[in-house]
Design a protein around this ligand. Structure first.
Ligand code: FE2
Ligand code: FE2
Length: 354
């Protein structure tokens, strides 16, 4: 018997006072899976919305993320109030803005535009991305691109599609077309190939271009890793890793997030370096920790790579001098590793067809 929504609420909100953070994260993923079904969604939105009184910024930013991924306009008022609360942790406000972008309703544009002038640079940049995404999604160009994307997805690698029963909503859509050299007809079919790595890489690394276009190049490279065949994966990962020197912490954190999605062993070295750097922004180190937690599922690098990653995560989980979001991310990542390596666990509900 799956747990009832009431039991999940008590777990997520830690009603007993004894539920550990990692267990609450697992509950949140379960709720996300259940919330994909229309009949549960409003109740799931209510439960998750109650969690914003917690004192863990890490948990709250994940609540905002899930609300966005549920893609339901009924979550907009809560997300707007989280973004508008200037006392709230910037990482949580950033995630609320991104979630509004994921839902993509023009009704959220006034609030997002208001915080284009926020004092926190990551919040400002996220609002800019969300505004551009909503404007694109709701334009003729955006609708045309969505059609092309649907076509490409239908003809894309079935394995990549199967990896995500419900693919995540990206903060900026991958490019679906590449301009041909002679500027004749843009290429429509499969642009996620090894040959296109230099093209997307040049956009990714060009700090003169808009953050939105550079995000689009980032997700195009992510698609190349997932769909471009074995030979394309490492060059695309190297292109992504090259931008970890970018001046925007938001941009760097998204690269780490993408590495978390990819779960590719070629990401381990770069992610370890980010987590081990105490001068790096806490939001970036948090995503690096989570990426390291995910990578072990698929790593075939043997026990030594596994041990090294676990040792790195343990070290930062226990380091009192590290920011709280970094320590907590390491705890959650270690739980993820333990959970995924436990043969007695059932398949996680967010990967099950409900
Ligand atoms: Fe984020
Ligand atoms: Fe995050």
């Amino acid at each position: 018997m799956p747990p009832s929504l009431d039991a999940l609420e008590a777990s997520l909100l830690n009603a007993s006072g004894n539920v550990k953070l990692d267990a609450r994260f697992r509950t949140l993923f379960t709720l996300k899976g259940l919330g994909m079904a229309e009949e549960n969604r409003m109740r799931v939105i209510e439960i998750i919305s109650k969690g914003f009184t917690d004192d863990s910024a890490l948990l709250k930013h994940e609540l905002a993320y899930v609300l966005g991924q549920l893609q339901d306009v009924r979550a907009i008022p809560k997300l707007e109030s989280v973004l508008s609360d200037t006392e709230e942790h910037a990482m949580v406000r950033h995630e609320a803005a991104e979630a509004l972008g994921a839902i993509s309703s023009p009704t959220a544009l006034p609030v997002l535009r208001k915080f284009l002038e926020d004092s926190d640079v990551s919040v400002r940049e996220t609002c800019d991305l969300a505004v551009r995404k909503i404007e694109l999604d709701n334009s003729d160009t955006g609708r045309k691109e969505a059609e092309i994307k649907a076509h490409q997805d239908a003809h894309g690698d079935a394995r990549a599609a199967a990896a995500h029963a419900v693919p995540p909503i990206d903060p900026a859509p991958a490019f679906v077309q590449v301009k041909a050299a002679d500027d004749a007809q843009p290429e429509v079919e499969n642009v996620y190939t090894l040959e296109k790595v230099p093209y997307f890489r040049s956009i990714l690394l060009d700090e003169k271009r808009s953050l939105f276009d550079r995000y689009r190049a980032m997700f195009s490279l992510r698609n190349i890793v997932q769909r471009g065949g074995e030979a394309a994966a490492v060059p695309a990962i190297e292109a992504l890793a090259a931008s970890l020197k970018d001046s925007s912490a938001l941009f760097r954190h998204e690269i780490c997030f993408v590495f978390g999605e990819l779960c590719h062993p070629a990401c381990i070295a770069a992610m370890t370096k980010v987590l081990d750097d105490p001068s790096e922004h806490e939001m970036v180190r948090h995503e690096a920790a989570e990426a390291l937690g995910g990578v072990l599922e698929e790593s075939e690098d043997g026990p030594s790579a596994h041990e090294q990653v676990v040792a790195t995560l343990r070290r930062w989980a226990d380091d009192e001098s590290a920011p709280r979001v970094v320590r907590e991310s390491c705890i959650v990542a270690l739980d993820e590793i333990a959970y995924n390596n436990d043969p007695t666990q059932f398949q996680r509900i967010d990967t099950v067809d409900l």
